[in-house]
Design a protein around this ligand. Structure first.
Ligand code: ATP
Length: 584
């Protein structure tokens, strides 16, 4: 398989913004690939060599990539850098310079998919003193053998900035179109949600069809997309939606953890599938000790505990555990307890298909509980009065609110989906009449006065899961303290781009654009129609989107969320509608 065919397909994808067209391009292409090649192509389309949760990333520094472009093209490094400063993308620079060189080169070999994967693997695994030089050499070699389009994508992949616009959902659509049918699409998505491995799903489907997909089960070591909750604005509505009776659990304010435990090892993943095992080594070890069986996958909330009083500490304290430096002292000084709320797998059995009560029972029987490993507090409520009492108890215990959980026979663990089987209700809804939003930073405006020379306000966007776009909902300039303002450049500048990213939709023109990567929690007074913002544009009114009024940064950097896990446009619209019913 020639890499140029793959690069040409990426170029076709990039030239359209229609998801339907992308699906057709991919479906046509996928149909011609060997199953194992399909797996590699899927990873490459996401700018990777492995599934998302794989711990090593390619990510070469831009300067190194520019050095390789210079040496492969024969242009001087400063000329290459000058061009890059103008274009803001190593891929575009490589494409134009390599194209000049091509006419002269007689010795290049056509690159195959196998070559590209092998060379990228060398880059990924290079270690030690000379690793930077090795990476530059390997990349130079690849660029020598590349045509312009191939060079564009190779550089983007190694820089960690691949953006052909094919989201995971589009890949799943294309797989269904190519190897199955529309009706099978939900089952293919389920297979992805329980493995988080698009490549595996593609290869299995191409090789074994839907029979293979139906056999895909949760597996220890493969993170599972987390199940998410809907929100409702009042306790009576929660109870009504649950049919008058449901389970309620305290909603702890910590960090979600999915632990994959065996007899002698553990892996802990965050809700965005980052491997946080080293940050929670103590909790992990205790989970291994306390598990009564041999293998399990559980979910829980990791909460920092005051070592003197045993009380739960605010969310900010557990974030000290995300540090790279000083982690040892954070582990020593800030004890953490995991409050488990679900079990997805136990000793060879996929439990995701069991109803909530059965899973809870298995969870409670599967571990010895102690000061570091416990269960969320849970009760069954049968009416509003009991529910309000439970909510008050949760707030009294310093929790954020409650999670209501359905007791119906269909209350399975729905990996990767947000639905009314779980409903969250928080203290915030009582006090400020609004939930918070987790929004991606897509732009910045330079400040004035006291903020001159700094970013003074940020342009914030919600995620549209149907189109893969980030649609702005507010300009955020309140709630920043001096330390945060000073930290903004180092937080954001790595994601700076020269023009508006194709997946960002807004009516505003910030001074600086960013690729959506960084997520901040934002509170607001209410939601309102806005001609400048593009979230849910045209849904409530023809020529208006929905914006957040009086947005304020809560001080919570959501580095446990990827940009695609920002509050969705659908949620924003639902919250907008809820304002007219009651509360929120
Ligand atoms: P969301 O997860 O809904 O996108 P979020 O990450 O901002 O949003 P919340 O909206 O506050 O979080 O609520 C869901 C989160 O609450 C879960 O992801 C989990 O981390 C946490 N949580 C705390 N207690 C529980 C519980 N008892 N059951 C389930 N989740 C809980």
């Amino acid at each position: 398989m020639l890499f140029s065919d793959i690069a040409d397909t990426f170029a076709k994808l990039e030239s359209t913004s229609s998801r339907l067209e992308m699906t057709t391009i991919l479906a046509d292409f996928f149909g011609h690939l060997k199953p194992s090649d399909l797996r590699e192509v899927i990873y490459l389309s996401q700018g990777k060599l492995h599934p998302d949760f794989y711990p090593v990333e390619l990510g070469m520094a831009d300067k190194m990539v520019l050095r390789a472009i210079a040496s492969a093209s024969g242009y001087k490094e400063d000329k290459v850098e000058e061009m890059w400063l103008k274009e803001g993308d190593t891929g575009t620079v490589a494409e134009s310079l390599i194209s000049g060189k091509k006419q002269m080169s007689l010795f290049s070999q056509p690159l195959t998919l196998k070559d590209v994967v092998a060379q990228l693997t060398r880059i990924e695994t290079a270690q030690g003193k000379n690793s930077q030089a090795t990476k530059v050499d390997v990349l130079t070699g690849m660029l020598h053998d590349s045509g312009p389009t191939e060079a564009r994508y190779i550089c983007r992949i190694v820089s960690g900035r691949m953006r052909v616009g094919a989201s995971a959902m589009t890949i799943l659509d294309a797989l269904a179109q190519s190897f199955a049918d529309k009706e099978s699409r939900p089952d293919i998505e389920r297979a992805f949600n329980v493995t988080c491995d698009l490549g595996l799903v593609g290869e299995t489907l191409a090789e074994k069809g839907m029979t293979g997909i139906d056999e895909i089960r949760v597996k220890v070591g493969n993170p599972i997309k987390v199940m998410l909750a809907e929100r409702l604005p009042s306790i009576p509505e929660v109870i009504e939606k649950m049919g008058g009776r449901c389970a309620m659990e305290f909603k702890y304010d910590g960090m979600r953890a999915q632990a994959h435990i065996t007899k002698d090892s553990v892996k802990i993943y965050s809700r965005r599938l980052e491997n946080l095992t080293d940050n929670f080594l103590d909790v992990g070890e205790r989970l291994i000790q306390n598990l009564k069986g041999s293998e399990a996958i559980v979910e829980g909330e990791c909460v920092a505990i005051d070592p003197d009083t045993g009380n739960m500490l605010p969310f900010q304290m557990v974030t000290h555990r995300r540090r790279k430096h000083g982690l040892d002292s954070a582990i020593r000084d800030i004890p953490v307890k995991i409050f488990m709320f679900d079990i997805l797998y136990l000793d060879g059995r996929d439990l995701t298909h069991l109803p909530y009560e059965r899973r809870r029972e298995i969870l409670s029987q599967s571990f010895d509980m102690d000061d570091m490993v416990g269960l969320t507090t849970m009760g069954i409520v049968e009416d509003e009065v009991q529910a309000e009492e439970f909510f008050d108890r949760a707030i009294g215990a310093k929790c954020e609110g409650i999670m209501a959980k359905s007791l119906s026979d269909t209350s399975v663990y729905r990996a990767g989906s947000r639905g009314f089987l779980w409903i969250k209700y928080k203290k915030d809804y009582h006090e400020t009449l609004t939930d918070t939003f987790d929004l991606a930073v897509v732009g910045a405006f330079y400040g004035m006065g006291k903020r001159a020379g700094k970013y003074g306000a940020l342009l914030m966007a919600a995620y549209d899961q149907d189109t893969g776009d980030f649609c702005t909902v507010c300009k955020l300039g309140t709630g920043f303290d001096d330390a945060f303002l000073d930290a903004l450049p180092s937080l954001l500048d790595g994601t700076k781009v020269n023009t508006v990213p194709s997946n960002v939709k807004t009516g505003l023109e910030p001074d600086v654009w960013f690729e959506p990567k960084v997520v901040l929690e934002v509170a607001g007074a209410d939601l309102t129609l806005s001609p400048n913002h593009k979230a849910a544009y045209g849904w409530a009114k023809e020529d208006a989107g929905i914006g957040i009024r009086f947005p304020r940064y809560t001080g919570r950097l959501r580095d446990d969320k990827s940009a695609e896990q920002s509050t969705s446009v659908n949620e924003i619209y639902d919250m907008y509608e809820m304002q007219f019913s009651d509360g929120l």
